[in-house]
Write a protein that binds this ligand. Sequence first.
Ligand code: HEM
Length: 459
Amino acid sequence: MNTAAAVASAPGALPLLGHGLRLVRDPLAFLSSLPAHGDLVRVGLGPHRVVMVCDPQLTRQVLLDTATFDKGGPLYDRLGELLGRGLATCPAGEHRRLRRLSQPSFQPDRMAVYAGAMSDLAAGLADSWEHGQVVDVARESNRLTTRILVRAMFSASADERLHEHMIDDVETVVRCVFRRSIAPEPVNRIPTRANRRYERALSRMRGHLGDVIAARRADPADHGDLLSALLRAGESAGPDADPALTEQEIADQVMTFFVAGTKSTASTLAWALHLLATHPREQARIQDEADRAPATGWAPTAGRAPGASPPALPEAEQVITETLRLYPPGWLLTRQVTRDTTLGATPIAAGTTVAFSPWILHRRPDLYPDPDRFVPGRWATGQTRGAYIPFGAGARQCIGGRFAVTEMALALTHIASRWQLVPAGRAPRVAAEAALVPQGLRLRVLARDPARRDPAGRA
Ligand code: HEM
């Protein structure tokens, strides 16, 4: 079977580098140009030849047939070095058991507990700003999502230096992993400054997380957090029970939740704040909803019934849904084909690497009228979700989607209840790393409550 003969190549590939330079310099413009060449297009991710799927139905086929289109390809090969054989990177044959053992941590009763912590931490962030301050939004969002994950995973607030280290280290590895996936393999082993920084960040993260796991092993109480759920997973013996997670599996899962659960949520939250700042009418709608929500987003811990569900925040959720359409953090994902198959009518040989991109589908004008415009209201009026895949689809769909949407909705609500957001400086640049990051995003925050302003009311 010969895939190459059946699929057109995107123009402009360079020997060895493929389309790597265009992918590094302006990846989104490059991706947007691909559907014009067909539903399937051959692309060079650096030295790796991949078949890019540009059609929504074929993308669904790839996502749903996890045995034929298994995790693999340059991105997942590099992510595997980082995350081991955790839930996001393990092959299909190991996935069902890991997912079953992880799922209890994301049940609605657990989510209600996490939501309490999310609301408190989001309120703390919003209260830490001052009238007129120019906020480094990506950094603040990273701080918030890291604190939330540490609290949900380890039920600890951890010391502030640990947070800062973890933010920097996740930042470094997420920034590097995409470039490493399109570089020729030997280049990743050269001890360049970037490669050494990556190795150092990775080993520090492993060390920190390993210490936390070891400390918890010495304390068998159920802390009601993600780590307790992982350590106890499979304990309830029975004929059909899954074997418990091994030490290595627990370490891989913790690393997976940490990396998957912080940066993508932080980037989305930062983009959402940018979009609100540049669309004042949408910002006013969120502020109205925040003002109507009980006790600015959600009652503080003292007044909240334990396990109470967070309030419905439909306007905030529409903003998040639309932000994820425009800036899906997982913008380019890969799969490895395990047996000869077809995509539509095109033969695809075993061993082929296939890639797909939520960015490509989410910006197609035939699927989304006026695709580049920020219109949260399109989700109130029955926009179809068939081609909407910021969290993937099928068995490998994001396990933390509800977790992420809840924390972002609560954060937007707390921020909108207190602040008017105004752009400060130039529009951010889209940095396409393993997530889509708004680089250089600065917003000025103006207090909505006159009592929060300084006496002279100066900005
Ligand atoms: C805005 C935030 C998020 C986005 C856009 C996002 C996106 C995604 C996507 C697209 C996938 C599927 C990847 C593929 O099919 O190759 C995925 C998987 C995954 N995500 Fe998320 N994610 C987010 C937040 C989170 C959070 C908060 C957590 C954990 C607390 C998390 C944990 C995971 C895990 C463990 C997987 C692998 C699931 C499996 O294979 O069974 N994610 N995510």
